[in-house]
Design a protein around this ligand. Structure first.
Ligand SMILES: Nc1c(C(=O)O)ncn1[C@@H]1O[C@H](COP(=O)(O)O)[C@@H](O)[C@H]1O
Length: 163
């Protein structure tokens, strides 16, 4: 089993239903990753350790999903120079608008690449992380291109369903 190059973290097990979509894409593209629950609020020391050791452990990108007061992606970004992709989890009370604004409104100097709220965003987070790693791995780029072709073919086929 190849060493993980992408770290997928989330604030709670309740985020897994969404974050699983990012992992599904990485499985499909055969990109090695690790997954773990890490919370800036509930396990701050673990969060610091995770972010501080990410580079030496061989990770190239971190995908971080969190809901509500979603500080996890930004705090991880503050403690590593790896690119961090933030996934706003759709919260029950505010439909994920709270998560989105918490993640996207980073102060200048500490960027987080923020995707859309919820499952579509998680899928895109997996794709974006694979694209970043793919800049140094043509096999991953080939698999990404093949996926784009499959998406295109599915769209072209879908026109046949129009009546
Ligand atoms: N936003 C954060 C952080 C964080 O940012 O560190 N840790 C947990 N959470 C979020 O709290 C929500 C509710 O968590 P529970 O379902 O465990 O109560 C989850 O969406 C999680 O991401």
């Amino acid at each position: 089993m190849a060493e993980p190059v992408i770290g997928v973290i989330m604030g709670s097990t309740s985020d897994w239903e969404t974050m699983k979509l990012a992992c599904d894409v990485l499985d499909e593209l055969d990109v090695p990753y690790e997954k773990q629950v890490v919370s800036a609020h509930r396990t701050p020391d673990l969060m610091f350790e995770y972010a501080e050791t990410a580079v030496t452990r061989g990770l190239k990108v971190i995908i971080a999903g969190a809901g509500g007061a979603a500080h996890l992606p930004g705090m991880v970004a503050a403690k590593t120079i790896l690119p961090v992709v933030g996934v706003p989890i759709e919260s029950k009370s505010l439909k994920g608008i709270d998560s989105l604004l918490s993640i996207v409104q980073m102060p200048g100097g500490v960027p987080v690449a923020t995707v859309a709220i919820g499952k579509a965003g998680a899928t895109n987070a997996g794709l974006l992380a694979a694209q970043i790693v793919g800049t140094c791995d043509t096999k991953i780029q080939d698999r990404l291109l093949a996926r784009r072709e499959r998406t295109k073919a599915a769209v072209l086929r879908s026109s046949e369903d129009l009546v």
